[in-house]
Design a protein around this ligand. Structure first.
Ligand code: FES
Ligand SMILES: [Fe+2]
Length: 390
């Protein structure tokens, strides 16, 4: 990350640690519990957020070479991403234009063309229909009009963004705003994928809530996150709907004893960046975890893909053992600590016996994130809903 940014974050965090404060909202924020259960609202979120905004669906390191592809389902929408001969990544609805079969199975791979498993129609890496089995039976097939349905797709800062509606256009640079140089400064384009885990969770918003506050570190993660990171001390920076949240590590006060120009970038500071609506990026000095929160097929379900990226893959046995331990710790912390909590909360709210939840002044990241969810979930946000202040 940029050094000047790090220094200013470390200074702000030191002030809070020394004064026993945390960055705060002016007031508390209440949300009705139905907000995590309501079927109609959930369908609006899927339609207006997940089918309307750019989603970070893949990382450059997953598909660096011509013919590398990745297939996934997001909120019941089957997506195929592939890098073409021209080096560009394109995204398509993963549905054959003959009779709709998935042209590629969920997962990743490399190929020179896609052959539909149902009747073997073939498509090139640019999505064009190039082969029809026994074409005479179809009369005059105009292949040029029967390519896969292409979706808007762009690659920035080592991340691949897709919109799940072929008719929409969004200026991705504008959407990412000042978060884009932040992401570029991390250098993901040259990083490598080390490991991936998939975890089940409950409602996607309940799941996301745990990513934007550090008020729970001591109680929920006493032997994992809290071992390194201080509790309930946070700084929040808004980038439109995206956020950067800084947390002090234990011993941050030692920085005061050293000249500022000897502080190592990110020393004693832990940072989470969120890309609206569903990506969380936690970066350390040599690697990081990018979490993709994918809603399931009901309001009560979601899954998270934890992607562990490294600037340089481990080479020695010791380096590998250390990397594996880091991957395992984050899997256990999130699955057995955060998400176990989320499943319990979902059970409690499903009884209908709680009315509201309250976000404290210290949970500013939640205030901001939920304001943006409300804004974008609206059927016509630009005209009818108030755009949140950053
Ligand atoms: S559905 Fe793909 S070839 Fe028939
Ligand atoms: Fe947590």
């Amino acid at each position: 990350m940029r050094r000047t940014e790090y220094i200013s974050m470390a200074e702000r965090l030191l002030d809070h640690v020394e004064n026993k404060t945390t960055e705060s909202a002016p007031d508390v924020y209440q949300v009705p519990v139905s907000y995590y259960l309501d079927e109609d609202l959930w369908h609006r979120e899927m339609k207006n957020i997940f089918r309307r905004l750019p989603l970070m669906l893949a990382m450059t390191c997953e598909m660096r070479n011509t013919g590398d592809y990745k297939v996934m389902e997001v909120a019941d929408f089957p997506v195929l991403m592939v890098r073409g001969k021209d080096g560009k990544v394109r995204a398509f609805l993963n549905a054959c234009t003959h009779r709709g079969a998935f042209v590629a199975k969920e997962g990743k791979g490399n190929c020179s063309r896609f052959s539909c498993p149902y009747h073997a129609w073939t498509f090139n890496l640019e999505g064009d229909l190039i082969g029809v089995a026994d074409p005479k039976k179809f009369g005059d097939v105009d292949k040029s009009t029967m390519g896969l349905t292409e979706l808007p797709c762009d690659e920035r800062a080592g991340l691949i963004f897709v919109m799940l509606d072929p008719n929409l256009t969004t200026d991705l640079d504008d959407y990412l705003g000042d978060m884009l140089p932040e992401l570029e400064s991390l250098g993901f384009a040259n990083w490598e994928m080390y490991a991936q885990n998939e975890l089940d969770s409950a409602n996607w918003k309940l799941t996301h809530d745990g990513y934007v506050e550090g008020y729970h570190f001591q109680a929920t993660h006493p032997e994992t996150i809290f071992v390194n990171t201080m509790n309930n001390t946070m700084i929040f920076d808004a980038y439109g709907p995206h956020q950067r949240i800084g947390f002090p590590m234990h011993g941050i006060e030692e920085l005061r004893d050293k000249p500022q120009d000897s502080w190592e970038t990110q020393e004693k500071v832990s940072i989470i960046r969120t890309l609206f609506p569903n990506t969380s990026i936690a970066i350390g000095p040599t690697g990081g975890m990018i979490s993709q929160l994918i809603p399931g097929t009901t309001p009560e379900s979601s899954r998270t893909i934890q992607n562990h990226l490294m600037a340089k893959l481990p080479e020695t046995k010791e380096e590998k053992a250390m990397a594996d331990a880091g991957v395992e710790t984050l899997k256990v912390a999130v699955r057995d600590e955060d998400y176990a909590m989320v499943f319990d909360i979902q059970k409690g709210i499903s009884t209908g016996l709680n009315d509201d939840f309250v976000f404290g002044k210290n949970e500013l990241g939640l205030h901001r994130w939920h304001s943006w969810v409300d804004y974008y979930a609206h059927d016509n946000p630009v005209a009818e809903a108030a755009r949140p202040n950053p």
